[in-house]
Structure formats: C-alpha cells, structure tokens
Design a binder for this molecule. Structure first.
Ligand SMILES: Cc1cc2nc3c(=O)[nH]c(=O)nc-3n(C[C@H](O)[C@H](O)[C@H](O)COP(=O)(O)OP(=O)(O)OC[C@H]3O[C@@H](n4cnc5c(N)ncnc54)[C@H](O)[C@@H]3O)c2cc1C
Length: 289
C-alpha cells in the first residue's frame, strides 16, 4: 500500500542547534531524515510508522571531513560520494573508500550518508566492517552535549543502536594509527554492483615474515549486528598463517555467526561463504593467497 502524503509532516530546522532542540523537546517524535534512501523506501511502501520527519540533509556541522594529527573525522552527514572522493580517506582508509563505492548506485551514493548507514543498523550495510577493522569511534550529539563511543558499542541488536532518542550521529572518527598495516576488503553479493551484501568483510593486519603480529576484522550480513571478529583476532595474533590456523579460525567463525535464511541466501550458503572469505582474507593478508 502506498503512503498518504497528507498523513506526514516534515520540518527543516535549518541548523544543528534547532534540530537538537526539536529532538529534545519531544524525544522519539521526530525522525531524522538525511539522504532519505532508507526512509523514503519505507515511506513509499507505506511502511514508515513515524509521521513526523525532521530534515537534517546538508547541515554544515554534519557535512565536514577533518584531518587532524590523530584522526580523520567524517561528519555523519557526508555522503558516500564525498567519502569516495576524499584524498586522505582514499590514502589512509582505503577500505572505507572501497565500501563507499559499493553502496547501491552512483545516484544512491550522492544521497546516502554515513550516519544513515549506521543508524539504520542493517547487519548487511557495507560500511560497518571497515569501521570495525579501523577501530572507529562515533561521536554523538544532543542538547546535553557530545559523547564518544567505540563503534563496537553502537549496535545493540538487530536494528537497535546505542543512540538515545534525542541524539544524532555527529561524526565518525578514524584513528590514524595503522600506517603500514595491510588490508583486505570483500563484498559477496548477487552481482558486483547494486546488490545488498550476502557476506561482507574488512580486515587489516600487521604482518612480518608471514606472521600475523596484529589483526582487526569486521564482518557483516552474518548476524543480527555487524561483528568485530575479536576471538579470531586473538587466535591469529603472533602466528603464521597455515592450514592449522585457518581451520581453527574457521571453527571459531562458525560459532560466532548466526546467519539467516532470506530471499538473498540460505543459512548454509552464508556460513560456507563466510568461512571461505575469512580464509581468503587470512591468506591474502599473509601474502600466501
Ligand atoms: C536502491 C538502494 C540500494 C542500496 N544499496 C545499498 C548497498 O549496497 N549497501 C548499503 O550499505 N546500503 C545500501 N542501501 C541503503 C542506504 O542507501 C544506506 O543505508 C544509506 O547510507 C542510508 O543513508 P541515508 O542518509 O539515505 O539515510 P536516511 O534514509 O536518511 O536515514 C536512515 C536512518 O538513519 C537515521 N539517521 C540519518 N542521519 C542520522 C544522523 N545524523 N544521526 C542519527 N540518525 C540518523 C534516520 O533517522 C533513519 O533511521 C541502498 C538503498 C537503496 C534505496
């Protein structure tokens, strides 16, 4: 059933302070809309329960990318097109630049924002695995001030985040402490473009003579939330990548993930592919693929 426009109200507060004030005055009433690529799909299908929408598209405070000595700070309102085009992101955080290029079509990337991708909290979203591997923090803002949380604490459950009802995602901070690490990023979808991930993965590692000195890994589409593969990171640290390590890591992964059957894939397929991608990741990072 199509939505009836007269049942909806949309306000454009015009600046961040006014947007936060509105959210604080009636917590939960005003749904922020950035690029609208998630919200408008629900609206068009008549499945958007919220009737009061607040336009945050283009607010300058959410739309900056700042490079500091310690971090690259990406405003929540930045689009994937802007992220793809940014030189410092391409140079230092190329996995995020690559995942930005995977989000839907070019038209999509011109509207879809990083904060929208995270707040929508789909386990199949493309940017989370890279943010997990980069140990990103997210900066939240409300009339009460700002707070930072590790991105690992953002997703509480399927479509549920740690954001309170009066908060917006102000920015995502990527720490600049991984110079010299190798990286690996992979999306498995029905096609190479314009497809939702069946399994997606990002990882980076410090490797010396085939030994993994340190590794950070994130995987999407295999559980209710995007997963940081901490147990596998611990298992691999300090070891050479060989058949024994790969078998152990695959077993650990099998215990950690809880993929679903849906129109895109079966549980069995996702389990097998997740294991294959993990193996390819370890071999590629170690230089033995
Ligand atoms: C055809 C199509 C293809 C797609 N393909 C992909 C794909 O391949 N990979 C992928 O990952 N996604 C894909 N998507 C999903 C979507 O484009 C992304 O999730 C996008 O990043 C959402 O951003 P947005 O700004 O459009 O969000 P919106 O639709 O504006 O909002 C989404 C959610 O985020 C909240 N929100 C927005 N901004 C903020 C903020 N600053 N703080 C707090 N909450 C906020 C909103 O309230 C809402 O709950 C696709 C969508 C479509 C329609």
């Amino acid at each position: 059933m199509r939505a009836a426009p007269e049942q909806y109200e949309m306000i454009s507060p015009g600046n961040l302070a006014a947007a936060l004030k509105l959210m604080a005055s009636e917590p939960g009433r005003w749904l922020p809309v950035a690029g609208g690529t998630e919200v408008m799909v629900q609206y068009s299908a008549g499945r958007l329960p919220q009737r009061n929408l607040m336009n945050v598209w283009g607010l300058p405070e959410l739309r900056r990318i700042e490079v500091t000595p310690d971090a690259v700070v990406i405003g929540g309102g930045c689009t994937f097109a802007e992220i793809r085009a940014h030189k410092a992101i391409a140079a230092e955080f190329s996995m995020l630049a690559k995942t930005a290029a995977w989000v839907g079509s070019i038209a999509n990337q011109n509207r879809a924002t990083l904060a929208g991708n995270l707040a929508n909290a789909s386990p199949a979203a493309d940017s989370p695995p890279a943010l997990l591997a980069y140990e990103a923090e997210i900066e939240l803002i409300s009339v009460r001030g700002t707070r930072r949380i590790p991105y690992t604490q953002c997703h509480l459950d399927y479509k549920r985040t740690a954001l309170t009802q009066d908060e917006l995602i102000l920015a995502v901070r990527l720490p600049r402490r991984f110079a010299g690490w190798r990286d690996y990023v992979r999306k498995v979808g029905t096609r190479n473009a314009q497809a939702i991930s069946k399994v997606c993965m990002a990882a980076q590692a410090l490797v010396q003579d085939g030994v993994v000195e340190a590794i950070r890994m994130g995987m999407g589409s295999v559980a209710p939330v995007p997963l940081r593969l901490a147990a596998i990171e611990e298992c691999a640290a300090g070891r050479k990548v060989n058949a024994t390590l790969i078998a152990e890591c695959r077993q650990l992964l099998d215990k950690m993930i809880a993929p679903i059957d849906d129109i895109r894939s079966t549980i069995e397929y996702r389990r097998l592919v997740a294991g294959n991608v993990l193996e390819d990741c370890l071999r590629t990072l170690a230089g033995t693929a």
